[in-house]
Write a protein of this length. Structure first.
Length: 577
């Protein structure tokens, strides 16, 4: 938690004022039993109504002052806690976004979602309660014992015995519940994982009629979480009856012993009532302190989980922005590149070596799992190579700042992702100040202009979450247009036309070739027809380069490429290729 204290910066004043006002409230609360004792011993004993009224007004004033102090403390504590939570959440979000794909793959999205939501909220709640109660509760307990001593040293022995006993009960309850609460937070990761998988894969779940089994899995996990929480709840439920039983026993002893002291004249009736009130205040303060310890302990556990995310450092670093001269004719060069994912037993790419010249169209083809997407992900430096080097415009990608490198490259990933808003807003992800003319030009090249015009609102057509109100092919074309809007030097189409029919796919490739003169284009596909007309085709097989050249050259010299073509075309078509 020490590492998280920096997020309290700017809220030091509130962090001091809140506990001080809580202590002030506690001070007035400790005065109340004394005033009550005077009402009994003086006002009621002497039938002095005016005195009773004066003391009652004093109690009201003490109550009002205590209420004002409590509200003030709550305000400043909440301000500090919410400011702390906002700062922490913002910094954690920035940190997560700074991580490379390697770290994101390793940690996992569900875990990160839980850390930035549930765990940060737990820490924020812990800070709020800590500022309000960490001084008040001990102050009330110690103050009550001291006030009992001022009334009667002999009677205060009851406090000195009962308070440690109540504290011991609370300690054991907290000791047994804390590990369960920590396990509870970890179970939330699993619940978030199942929720996310079922949300994103809803169509697949329904297509395979797996709703019932998925519901059973979620119910089983959720029930496990419920049982964990119930277990902690049952143990915590012992706190009130156990502590109240001890406190009531102490009160009985106070009344019995106090009665004898009243009979012999050592105590007054009002002082006995004051001692009972102090015992009740002590009990309530200890219970509040126990709840504070549980909440702060849960916040502590969540703080450790948040720190674990901060401890994950990006394996990629980028130099500061600097001017680079471009004298190279090569747009992209792979110089004997080998790449392996974190914790993978074997490399995904082995000794990849090629050069793509500016303006060329490079087709990449191969079987499933051959490393096609992995290869193009190395160009914008989503991952760092294990061996060799990747160069863009003759400069190693590691020498570029991330903004400069990715500003040169337009990427259309395999999974079409649109964001809630309008078509115009989604297109402006590619270029923030893109004009309508630039957007329409990109939509025309991407074969998306026609269906966008057919929509009632054109560029202002709403886009539902994840583009759910568009078909798969429409989403792909909109994503291609979004990448084209920025007019990148290098365009990467990672199997981004898989949902298009052959005619639309052919029209798209023709439009890109004609409308993006000078742009180097990488087309990843499993369709031989899609890459057939490329200036150069890379054939991958199990992460290795199986062939490189034009379609005609590969048909003669590359067995893997020829087998792909034969599997996709008829014998007559293959003969004519």
């Amino acid at each position: 938690m020490k590492n998280l204290l920096k997020y309290m910066k700017g809220y030091m004043k509130e962090s001091i004022i809140a506990p001080l006002f809580k202590m002030l409230e506690a001070s007035f609360e400790l005065i109340v039993p004394i005033v009550t004792a005077r009402v009994i011993d003086i006002g009621i004993k002497n039938a002095d109504k005016s005195y009773i009224w004066r003391q009652c007004i004093l109690l009201i004033i003490l109550g009002i002052i205590g209420l004002v102090c409590a509200i003030t403390a709550q305000y400043f504590a909440a301000k500090a806690a919410f400011g702390f939570g906002t700062n922490l959440r913002t910094d954690l979000y920035k940190h997560i976004n700074s991580l490379s794909y390697t770290e994101l793959d390793t940690v996992g999205t569900p875990t990160l979602v839980t850390r930035i939501t549930s765990d940060v909220n737990q820490v924020q709640t812990g800070v709020n309660l800590f500022l309000r109660l960490f001084l008040r509760s001990p102050f009330i307990v110690i103050g009550s014992v001291i006030m009992a001593m001022t009334i009667s040293l002999r009677m205060s022995v009851i406090f000195l015995i009962s308070v440690p006993l109540i504290g011991l009960v609370i300690f054991f309850i907290v000791k047994f519940t804390m590990p369960i609460y920590k396990k509870d937070q970890n179970m939330l990761d699993r619940v978030v994982l199942l929720t996310r998988e079922n949300y994103e894969g809803a169509r697949v779940v329904r297509a395979f009629r797996r709703q019932d089994s998925e519901k059973e899995e979620f119910t089983r996990t959720n029930d496990h979480l419920k049982k964990t929480q119930f277990k902690a709840g049952r143990i915590s439920a012992l706190m009130n009856p156990a502590t109240y039983a001890l406190a009531n026993l102490a009160i009985i002893v106070i009344l019995l012993a106090g009665g004898r002291q009243v009979n012999i004249g050592n105590l007054t009736q009002g002082e006995v009532i004051a001692l009972v009130n102090y015992m009740n205040q002590t009990l309530l303060a200890l219970i509040v302190l126990a709840n504070l310890v549980i909440t702060v302990s849960r916040a502590w556990a969540s703080g450790i989980r948040v720190n674990e995310v901060f401890a994950v450092k990006s394996s990629m670093t980028a130099p500061e922005e600097k001017t680079m001269e471009d004298h190279s004719e090569a747009a992209v060069t792979f110089d004997h590149v080998t790449f392996a994912f974190a914790k993978a037993q074997a490399p995904s790419l082995t000794d990849i070596n090629f050069t793509a010249k500016k303006g060329q169209t490079i087709g990449i083809i191969g079987g499933t799992g051959s490393g096609k997407s992995t290869l193009v992900n190395l160009i914008p430096r989503f991952y760092d190579v294990t061996k060799g080097q990747v160069l863009v415009d003759g400069v190693q990608v590691t020498e570029y700042s991330f903004d400069r490198l990715r500003g040169k490259i337009g990427v259309v990933p395999q999974k079409s992702v649109l964001f809630r808003g309008t078509i115009r807003e989604n297109m402006q992800w590619g270029k923030a100040d893109a004009t309508d003319d630039e957007i329409w030009k990109a939509l025309t090249i991407a074969q998306a202009a026609d269906f966008v015009k057919e929509k009632g609102y054109g560029l202002d057509e709403p886009v539902a979450t994840r583009g759910g109100n568009f078909s798969g092919g429409q989403r792909q074309r909109l994503c291609i247009a979004r990448a084209l809007v920025r007019d990148p030097e290098v365009l990467i189409l990672d199997d981004s036309s898989s949902a298009l029919d052959f005619a639309t796919d052919a029209a798209l490739r023709s439009a890109i070739r004609q409308g993006t003169k000078g742009m180097t284009t990488f087309i990843v596909s499993q369709r031989a027809a899609t890459v057939k007309s490329s200036d150069m085709i890379l054939v991958l097989d199990d992460g290795k380069m199986a062939g490189m050249g034009t379609h005609e050259e590969l048909m003669k010299d590359c067995v893997v490429y020829r087998e792909i073509c034969e599997s996709q075309f008829s014998k007559k078509e293959v003969a004519g290729l």
